[in-house]
Design a protein around this ligand. Sequence first.
Ligand SMILES: Cc1cc2nc3c(=O)[nH]c(=O)nc-3n(C[C@H](O)[C@H](O)[C@H](O)COP(=O)(O)OP(=O)(O)OC[C@H]3O[C@@H](n4cnc5c(N)ncnc54)[C@H](O)[C@@H]3O)c2cc1C
Ligand code: FES
Length: 368
Amino acid sequence: MLSRIFQDIGLMSAIGVILALIMVLAQRWLSNYGEVTININKKRDLVVTGGNSLLSSLADKQIFIPSACGGRGTCGACKCKVLEGGGPILPTEKPQLSKEEMADNIRLSCQVKVKSDIAIQIPEEIFNIRRFHSVIEEIIDYTYDIKGVTFKLEEGQSIDFKAGQYVQLETKPYGKVKQKAIRAYSISSKPEFNNRIQLIIRLVPEGICTTWVHTALKVGDKVDFTGPYGDFYLRDNDADILFVAGGSGSAPIKSMLEHLREVGTSRKMTYFFGARTTKDLYLGDEMRDFEEYFDDFTYVPVLSHPTEEDNLQGKTGFLMPYFKEAIRDPKNTEAYLCGSPGMIAAVTKSLINDYGIAEGKIYYDSFG
Ligand SMILES: Cc1cc2nc3c(=O)[nH]c(=O)nc-3n(C[C@H](O)[C@H](O)[C@H](O)COP(=O)(O)OP(=O)(O)OC[C@H]3O[C@@H](n4cnc5c(N)ncnc54)[C@H](O)[C@@H]3O)c2cc1C
Ligand code: FES
């Protein structure tokens, strides 16, 4: 009787092992898509190994679609038009796509898997985005949670970008984080320095990339990034400018101001910087230098949560009421906003509804 039970257990185990083996083999066979072709803009064909995302298949061939969230399906930056072979729209894509975009075959390239031949359409500017190799040259503590990091490009490389654009940094495994991550950071240095860039990076508690930058990254380390990305850049005209930023959102504004100092401008410019307390203020000396240099530039720091120790002679509360002093003609004013999605939404609403600035003249990069 006992030996019969053991025989049955043995038989069941053997069947279990055989089934598991069949499943592993089937999975390998099913996910082996072989070589497939990506046709781009009806002009060129790339042969890639099937089974990976469209985003990473293109990146392997040095074509970098913006992917600010690192492929997590949350930023919508990686949208592109799939003309053929993309398969049905996935549930993970729908939150980022409007009905019109879905009808127009717009897809999230980080979610679409390349399983068979596929045809896509992407803007020509994408081909200017490149991978850069750099060495960390300097790390500055701007505040207790904000660092300025300078990346010197490898000999022979130079980067052409517009003031306000961003790059995507690739982290290396560190501590318990075993995988690399990709995150977007605005360039804070001027385009005229094309053999090095500075980024301003604020620590996000538990954040993969910012913890790496703040705790593991050292001068002399080698780091790769791709870029430049984005359409948040200074428009060349003579309209008055309202800059509005919070936290590390000052990065692209610093780049724009440094660029304007290089090329010269007589535009009226006002920069509203929102911070919680005086501990969160930084770049004050640089802003005072800009005030002295430009014909008409004013820096206005505003504290949202001033402590008792903070000097309360300055401006406090919400940023929006103070815009009144800066806007002399809404029709001839453009605004550049950078920071958290909440701040951008509130400021945009106020600029349109309270101050009459046209939506088309409000440019922003949301760090969400
Ligand atoms: C176009 C663009 C430009 C950007 N430029 C800059 C820049 O110049 N400087 C800069 O510091 N950041 C910038 N960011 C934000 C940056 O890309 C990262 O999202 C941020 O640094 C957090 O990355 P992480 O890997 O440390 O955190 P993650 O590991 O991605 O996130 C950890 C947790 O924190 C939450 N979280 C993510 N981001 C934030 C945030 N900003 N505040 C609070 N909680 C958050 C997440 O929801 C998650 O729960 C930019 C983002 C975009 C889209
Ligand atoms: S990379 Fe962010 S949604 Fe695709």
